[in-house]
Ligand binder design. Sequence first.
Ligand code: G6P
Length: 490
Amino acid sequence: VEHTHTAPGTAPIVVASNRGPVSYRLGEDGTLHAGRGGGGLVSGLSAIGPDAGAVWVCAALGEGDRLAARRAGRRLDAADTGDQPVRMLDIPSATFAAAYNGVANSVLWFLHHMLWQTPLEPSFDSGFREQWAQYEAYNTAFADAVAEEAAEGAGVLVQDYHLTLVPGLLRARRPDLRIGHFSHTPWAPPDYYRLLPDDIAEQVLRGMLGGDRAAFLTRRWAESFAACCASVLPGAEILPEEDGTAAAVRFEGRTTRLGVHGLGADAEFLRARAHRPDVEEWIGRLREQIGPDRSIVLRVDRTELSKNIVRGLHAYRRLLEDHPQWRGRVVHLAFAYPSRQDLKVYRDYTDEVQRVAQEINATFGTDSWQPVSLQVKDDFARSLAAYRIADVALVNPIRDGMNLVAKEVPLVSDRGCALVLSREAGAAAELGDDALVVNPYDVEATARALHMALLMDPAERAERTKRLSSAATALPPARWFTDQLAALRR
Ligand code: G6P
């Protein structure tokens, strides 16, 4: 499926990312249903409107939908994409699998989230080399397509760890373009980054430095990136700002500026969406299920190793052990939506989450009280309903680029919600003052924070939520997007 509404070579703005702005579901009758994809990038891009002539180049549309799209053999038309010109690349499925599941999600994702565990991982062998060749092919397909679509001097915004080689490949094809890369993940510190084979570590950084800018969600990840360049690339130099932070990396005669854009939540969209009838209906159902006098500890995540769901459950168990007064008086709503199920390590993790939740229910549950309610079917309306009525939100990732749940909950909460937040989430840099900040590995400390959060005085909770919600909206997606374009043009 390759399609575009504009003539090649005319787009003044090109966005490139693995996942596109549309998400397809295959209905029970075999037909495809299109919907707006989630995330800040989609809402950011909608800010510039269809007249800006931006084209979005992508390789996947929704979880598993690439397959669905192929099966149905359909083209994207304007009605499906909300007038957003989209060019979906026709990448051979073996190349896609190796680049997306193999290199991007099994290697680069684990690297930047520091998820590897000895003795098994990582180990780089000939299988990895084959996957790497496919990652190069996948990145080359993107670079070719962007080079074709972009007008003279166009601004190109390349997204995430799937596409680290694109800036360099594109620079070689089209030196006239203004190229920016944005990382939605953390960036690993040098000692961890150097677990990659030396030549690959170098190739990734060289790829990124092919751009005019490399931007990140927080200062911490930008500094890690600069430190990796200095550590891995011979002769690379970090140019400092006046305050000593890294402003740019200079390497082989070119300068790549660093940027920090802390993506915020989309207040207008979320508040409106959270008051639609389907959400109100869910609030009624959840209240009925939970009972009127019980507090709610909520988590909403993809079932993802970096989200640290299992330790979150252990912390909740610890709360029930150490503070028996909560037994029967609290329910943990754990919404953990399946993700990347092609990978065994994700399937195993999904099973582990299920097992630990069941174990807690078997140990503490009674005829009238189920301590954990684990829900795995992704339902946005139900998530928003839970955001509105939760007493405590648990956001405890091992590492996270930003974490938007931490920003969304305070925005839509009805009576205020206490936030227990990992210090390793990018969001902690912005929300740390009013959240209860925890070390995500420290189960005991997390249990203590849950206890404090449940005890928090309602007035204080409401006050903190108000401040959290203003911090959460400091940089709305629209400005996050246009700021990057403006910085690229400077
Ligand atoms: C993270 C990445 C995104 C990715 C998302 C969902 O937020 O930064 O690029 O789209 O996870 O993961 P998936 O593999 O389903 O696209």
